[in-house]
Write a protein that binds this ligand. Structure first.
Ligand code: CDP
Ligand code: CDP
Length: 208
């Protein structure tokens, strides 16, 4: 069974995907980390995000350490959104994600294009949303907790900019798959969002 979880920044898709993976005993991949690792590589070299060639080089020399705090920093988020628009970068990361989705027991993946590009045949697709303001509050709190203090206006502006860029790019834009289940978490806390997601998945599986 493959569960595809997509949605915009700080919608809660990662939290939900991890909880679903635990609940159903499946391995989980946060695909945003791949793009963040490319961005971090590029940033550390002082590479130019406007150069597809340099971004692709950063992709080929990927070394992902998920515990690296800098992966979640605001500059890296911005660069991740920029480099993820390059078709060559997306192509270079495709196989790793599809191999993960294709493992025998199934998997949960979260990102922007899991239900549309990476695993279009996934048994269950969830599209997780929340208002931009709610998402900015969450992201600011998260950054605060990691000792990165960013003004609310700046976090909100980044969320808007990333929504716009991720949705309008030509290569695998952020959009809801036609057969996705929609979950708006604006008014849900973490536990409520997780329960709602588990319920949606179980209902879908019961119908299949
Ligand atoms: O956690 P958050 O939603 O803020 O970001 P993320 O999921 O870690 O993704 C960082 C950036 O990578 C996003 O802004 C997207 O541009 C890009 N991304 C993508 O293009 N495709 C994916 N499957 C996952 C992330
Ligand atoms: O993966 P994505 O960027 O979509 O979001 P996340 O990392 O799952 O969630 C971003 C932050 O919002 C985390 O600190 C979550 O604990 C928090 N969150 C929340 O406050 N309420 C929810 N319903 C879901 C997540």
């Amino acid at each position: 069974m493959v569960i595809a979880v997509d949605g915009p920044a700080a919608s809660g898709k990662g939290t939900i995907a991890r909880a679903l993976a635990r609940h159903f005993g499946l391995p989980h991949m946060d695909t945003g980390l791949l793009y963040r690792a490319v961005a971090l590589n590029l940033w550390r070299w002082g590479g130019d995000p406007a150069s597809e060639f340099e971004a692709l080089r950063a992709t080929h020399e990927l070394n992902l350490d998920p515990s690296d705090q800098e992966l979640r920093s605001e500059p890296v988020s911005k660069i991740a959104s920029a480099v993820s628009a390059y078709p060559s970068v997306r192509a270079a990361l495709l196989e790793r994600q599809q191999d993960f989705a294709g493992q025998p027991g199934g998997a949960v993946l979260d990102g922007r294009d899991i239900g549309t590009v990476i695993a279009p045949d996934a048994e269950v697709k969830l599209f997780v949303t929340a208002s931009a303001e709610v998402r900015a509050v969450r992201r600011q709190k998260e950054l605060d907790g990691r000792g990165m203090h960013v003004r609310f206006e700046d976090v909100l502006a980044d969320i808007h900019a990333r929504d716009e860029r991720d949705s309008s790019r030509d290569a695998a834009p952020l959009r809801e798959a036609a057969d996705a289940l929609h979950l708006d978490t604006s008014e849900l806390d973490v536990d409520e969002a997780i329960s709602a997601a588990i319920r949606l998945v179980e209902e879908k599986l019961a119908k299949a």
